[in-house]
Design a protein around this ligand. Structure first.
Ligand SMILES: Cc1ncc(C[n+]2csc(CCOP(=O)(O)OP(=O)(O)O)c2C)c(N)n1
Ligand SMILES: [Mg+2]
Length: 327
């Protein structure tokens, strides 16, 4: 077990994980109420992957996420207000209400707008990392993808290019055992679907407990450090599990009860909370106060988003192409 960091850092990580959990649970109920348009792919259960990897990134570093982006985006600093407004299709949303749940992000905090094409963000991450290298910065790109994405052609092309060009990118597979409703046992013969393939491209890899925020953070520091020093890409495979279904209306009937039970006992938010209390980092009363503040803030943003303006109809064709010169 990895040593608990000092209080501010440990509680900081917990706060972010708790915010993501509460955000996703709130969205789930709003969606069931039928007041939120579009669809949802939620990240609760995978909070430790997002927070462990992103906690120490700089604002100037980039993340590239998937159809399940909320945890990554919140961890990178996309504002809660702009996320919530986007969920309601409002003008103040991070994509001005035109993207919805699968297309959140904010380039100003280094969160490249999410890409819902499975595997589609891996080559883009190589491109982002190539830019970091060509501009002679030591910034890095961290690219999240699922176990299912590791069977896409784009995965293999991106990894090869990243290895050959020694790009400052960390490829992070969140292996949650399912690609939509299909078990990885039916789609790949490897135990470690991403990590075991690293050697084929000359890329070092690590397999990590994706429900342990400190383990993810430590492995992330090694991989990010390599990328910053110009030593090239790393693959991290984080073993984790979705709490909810793949998307809306998925009751997960295909997942064995025993499997769910075993994974839910390793809930990343609850287990870290228990550790914080057991190791006397913080009292339960203090935590309850923090949790209430986070919940109140989310509730306030829901009300704000509900009452904020819809996009103007004439904005529909705006922002199709970049109109602002070069960055
Ligand atoms: C190229 C492509 N094929 C299929 C889909 C439909 N689809 C959306 S998510 C998904 C499953 C992806 O599984 P995985 O990569 O393991 O990510 P997870 O959903 O588990 O986070 C599929 C098949 C898609 N969006 N893009
Ligand atoms: Mg998956």
């Amino acid at each position: 077990m990895i040593k608990m960091p000092e209080k501010e850092r440990a509680v900081g990580m917990y706060k972010k994980m708790y915010q993501i959990r509460q955000y996703e649970e709130t969205i789930y109920y709003l969606f069931l109420e039928g007041i939120m348009p579009g669809t949802i792919h939620q990240s609760h259960g995978q909070e430790a992957c997002a927070v462990g990897m992103i906690y120490d990134l700089r604002k100037e570093d980039y993340i590239l996420t998937t159809h399940r982006p909320a945890g990554h985006d919140l961890a990178k600093g996309v504002s809660l207000r702009s996320m919530m407004c986007e969920m309601f299709g409002k003008a103040e949303g991070c994509c001005k209400g035109k993207g919805g749940a699968m297309h959140t992000g904010d380039i100003d905090v280094g969160a490249v707008t999410a890409n819902a094409i499975v595997g589609g963000n891996l080559p883009i991450a190589a491109g982002v990392a190539l830019r970091c290298k060509m501009m002679k910065t030591d910034n890095v790109a961290v690219c999240f993808f699922g176990d299912g994405a590791s069977n896409e052609g784009a995965f293999h092309e991106a990894l090869n290019a990243a290895a050959v060009w020694k790009l400052p990118v960390v490829y992070v597979c969140e292996n949650n055992l399912y690609s939509a409703t299909t078990s990885i046992k039916l789609t790949c013969n490897l135990e470690n679907v991403a990590a075991d393939r690293g050697s084929a491209y000359g890329i070092p890899s690590e397999v990590v407990d994706g429900n342990d925020v400190l383990a993810v953070n430590e492995a992330g520091a090694r991989a990010i450090g390599r990328a910053r020093r110009g030593e090239g890409p790393t693959i991290l495979e984080l073993k984790t599990y979705r709490i909810g279904g793949h998307s809306r209306n998925d009751a997960c009937g295909y997942r064995p009860n025993e499997e769910e039970k075993a994974w839910f006992s390793k809930d990343p938010v609850r287990t870290f909370r228990e550790r914080l209390i057991d190791e006397r980092v913080i009292t339960e009363e203090e935590l309850e106060k923090i949790e209430k503040e986070i919940t109140d803030e989310i509730d306030a943003e829901v009300e704000y988003a509900k009452n904020s303006k819809d996009p103007e109809p004439e904005s529909a064709l705006r922002d199709v192409y970049w109109e602002g010169g070069t960055r």
